[in-house]
Design a protein around this ligand. Structure first.
Ligand SMILES: Nc1ncnc2c1ncn2[C@@H]1O[C@H](COP(=O)(O)OP(=O)(O)O)[C@@H](O)[C@H]1O
Ligand SMILES: [Mg+2]
Length: 250
């Protein structure tokens, strides 16, 4: 469904050209959960922004269902590390924002917004404003906002990085449940090997800048997966160890 064919991206900077990504070949199938890991600065955010249509490649082509990506589109949602909620709107009002921007009928989405908020544990918080919510709760609202328009593709750029470890685990587990229920095609950028192994069908390991595909790892562990003790501990351990070695190599 998402296809990258020899995609490169160079930035012009005051000190000369900066090659962020080189020759990325990648395919993401419908309903797949793809994680992208790599060191800081290797081009992960650039990759997502290219797929989102916020940047154009300097070489190569990106297509979604065969159509070249030229600009952002409503069927592709992007979620960032910071929730960027509107402070004067309630949680519910923030989730409904894309509906208004896309000029869709509000009434048709109200029930969905409420269900989404309930599904991430915010049942009693629909009418709260962002400053009344913890960082983890705000990021949950941002996740609901990304999903309200029923995107076919969800792009997530280190969405849980700013949160404490336990909250990260909780959110990752909720994201897994949402993915199991709705299976929106997802590209999930993370620093966390654990998150990648918990969530992904496949993990792409990028090399240090310029980012190239170093390896693609299939994660063949049954769902639901968990961070704690479960029946697949040895599979999880070997996956984690392999990713760890791939990331540490220069
Ligand atoms: N708009 C830009 N202009 C110039 N350089 C950029 C721009 N965006 C990203 N870069 C550079 O490209 C490289 C990759 O950045 P980024 O995609 O943010 O990496 P990551 O998300 O993996 O940390 C970095 O060296 C960064 O400084
Ligand atoms: Mg980044």
């Amino acid at each position: 469904m998402i296809n990258l064919d020899r995609v490169s991206r160079t930035f012009q900077t005051r000190t000369g050209d900066l090659e962020a990504l080189r020759d990325i070949d990648l395919e993401v199938e419908e309903h797949q959960f793809l994680a992208v890991v790599g060191r800081s600065g290797c081009g992960k955010s650039t990759l997502l922004r290219l797929v989102a249509g916020l940047l154009t490649p300097t070489a190569g082509t990106i297509t979604i269902d065969g159509t070249p990506v030229r600009q952002p589109r409503p069927e592709v949602a992007l979620m960032n590390q910071r929730p960027a909620l509107l402070p004067w709107r309630t949680a519910f009002g923030n989730v409904m924002l894309p509906v208004e921007i896309l000029r869709r009928p509000r009434a048709a989405y109200r029930a969905r917004a409420a269900e989404l908020l309930d599904s991430v544990g915010l049942a009693g918080f629909h009418q709260r404003r962002p400053h009344e919510l913890s960082g983890g709760m705000q990021q949950r609202v941002a996740l609901c906002r990304a999903l309200i328009q029923q995107p076919r593709i969800l792009l997530m750029d280190e969405p849980f990085s700013a949160l404490d470890a336990l909250t990260r685990e909780e959110l990752a587990t909720q994201l897994q449940a949402i993915h199991m229920a709705q299976s929106v095609t997802t590209v999930f950028v993370t620093h966390s090997i654990q998150e990648a192994v918990l969530l992904a069908d496949r993990v792409v390991v990028l090399s240090p800048r310029p980012g190239r595909v170093r390896q693609v790892l299939e994660v063949d562990i049954p769902r639901p997966r968990s961070f704690g003790h479960n029946a697949h501990l040895t599979d999880v351990a070997s996956c984690v160890a392999e990713l760890h070695d791939l990331l540490l190599r220069d």
